[in-house]
Design a protein around this ligand. Sequence first.
Ligand SMILES: *Cc1c(COP(=O)(O)O)cnc(C)c1O
Length: 341
Amino acid sequence: MAKKDIDWGNIGFEYRVTDKRYVCNYKDGKWEEGGLTTDPMVVMSECAGVLQYSQSCFEGLKAYTTKNGDIVCFRPDLNAERMYDTAKRLEMPPFPKDKFIEAVHEVVKANADFVPPYGSGATLYIRPYMFASSPVIGVKPADEYQFRIIVMPVGPYYKGGLKPNVVKISDFDRAAPHGTGHIKAGLNYAMSLYAGVKAHEEGFAENFYLDPATRTKIEEAGGANIIFVTKDNKLVVPKSPSILPSITRRSIVYVAEHYLNMQVEEREVFLKEVPDFVECGMCGTAAVISPVGKINDHGKEICFASGMETAGPVITKLYETLTGIQMGSVEAPEGWIHKID
Ligand SMILES: *Cc1c(COP(=O)(O)O)cnc(C)c1O
């Protein structure tokens, strides 16, 4: 085994075909054995449920090489659990959680040569997903499904340190009350692309979505949860039933409480109180934390004290501690790091 000849420091966040993927089919009311394959193509009916009524969901997590050379992944049990909940809400057969974790281990191990070396800033992105594969034309859940995990090395999100972003308050809604905002369904992304493209055209990195019922409360960004820091050093995290339960955000809350001795408030956050905060960030697996320097609310700018040059001190500390836990330089809480062997 030898590492692939890849310029680890200069790869982007892009699909790349690796050696092996994990595939498991659901048929006749049960999940088959499942296993690794080299075939990167999916062949299915032209009338597959996923193609007609978008019955699909996904997860995202990463594997890293630690300082002492181990390959590890971060809290895959929480991805297994979240995908289980997502599948139930979409009338898909939930994939067994133990089997999910085993499959992650198996596919990462089989692609060990693609796991970027320690210190390169790059990581192995792991994408488990599931879709309806059998024909459906009258609206109903499909009878057959495929669960698949692909992996690919992805580059460092930040080449020049933690650079603050400018975001906008969106006029579009991401998730309806009592809808599917809390699950990781492909459909949530399909309908947010329009708002995302518009925001990018206007020069913003991301959209901040408000609660659709009252449009007075901050919910989350298109693919990341939001955190704030108060003047007196508290972490404030928006809470709503339509926010996707980010594993990064839940880990940050734990790190703030147990490593940085901060107080954490998980509560509704009103747009009108946002100017009182001193730091803001977006969190998710891809970037861990992206600092926000400025929010544009219909032409009115909310500028955080941390400014546009670097991330504020609290977000920097949270970022360093959490990435330290992931990369093995800071001691991890029990059960967070799964060694691949
Ligand atoms: C995946 C996702 C996140 C981030 O979740 P992580 O588990 O931290 O990667 C946040 N918001 C939405 C809408 C998501 O789909």
